[in-house]
Design a protein around this ligand. Structure first.
Ligand SMILES: C[S@@+](CC[C@H](N)C(=O)[O-])C[C@H]1O[C@@H](n2cnc3c(N)ncnc32)[C@H](O)[C@@H]1O
Length: 233
């Protein structure tokens, strides 16, 4: 339901820190016109468009949700940028091995099967390729009641601590793994998003922003996010 809300409202920059944090993170990566970059779970394509515009790199944006795909394609057409938008799941990606210099996931893997998705990301990267992720992270283990409430509202199969993410990245084969904890917290770091509304929006979806705020407030010291970066050596 939460992802239905994001797609029907066409929320752009639907990750903590928004495009500002994306720009900050990308400054640490070596990106040139010859870079091939995949934006996994690209949503409405805000980051993919930025990458093409700022770096002139070759970009593919991929998302599982057909509404997101339509909205991303519309954005790319309007901006006249050379970005390819494709529909697919990062759990079983329709692209060949070893072709990307950089793969980015901004608030996506939290919603997917994490081991399968990371395995695919590793497969898709070139030798020496980089993976950068901004992902939902809990600051402490929770009891089952709280875990279920979070998983149920956001539609997640699990919620990871920083240690869980690091251990899975390592198990997948990544090296040079770095984490950065962003301040301010998830609740405070929510720059105004942009919207691309669908024509028909189911009435119950209008309640999601309030429920999201409730969750952010209730779990304000617990629901957080981390930026991870690592290499396929
Ligand atoms: C919170 S939104 C973030 C969208 C975008 N990265 C952004 O920052 O605006 C999560 C996105 O992940 C997509 N997604 C969820 N599971 C996916 C999967 N298995 N493969 C590809 N995309 C997925 C959703 O459709 C949604 O667009």
């Amino acid at each position: 339901m939460y992802l239905d809300f994001l797609s029907k409202f066409g929320v752009g920059g639907a990750h903590p820190g928004g495009l500002d944090l994306t720009q900050e993170i990308l400054k640490n990566e070596k990106i040139s016109e010859s870079s091939r970059i995949l934006d996994v779970g690209c949503g409405t394509g805000q980051t993919a468009a930025y990458l093409a515009d700022r770096y002139g790199a070759s970009i593919i944006g991929m998302d599982i949700n057909p509404i997101m795909i339509d909205k991303a394609k519309k954005r790319i057409k309007q901006c006249q940028l050379p970005v390819e938008i494709i529909q697919g799941s990062i759990e079983n990606c329709p692209l060949p091995d070893g072709q990307f210099d950089l793969i980015l996931s901004e608030s996506v893997l939290a919603f997917a099967d994490k081991p399968r998705s990371l395995h695919e990301i590793f497969r898709l990267l070139k030798q020496g390729g980089r993976f950068v992720a901004n992902e939902l992270t809990i600051n402490q283990q929770l009891n089952s009641t709280y875990t279920e409430e979070i998983q149920q509202f956001y539609g997640l199969d699990s919620v990871f601590t920083e240690k869980d993410w690091l251990s899975l990245l390592e198990k997948t084969g990544f090296t040079d793994i770095k984490t950065s904890i962003q301040k301010p917290s998830m609740l405070e770091n929510n720059p105004s998003p942009e919207f691309q509304f669908s024509e028909h929006i189911e009435p119950h979806l209008y309640m999601i922003p309030d429920q999201h705020l409730y969750m952010m407030t209730k779990y304000r010291n617990i629901l957080d996010y981390r930026v991870f970066s690592c290499t396929k050596e």
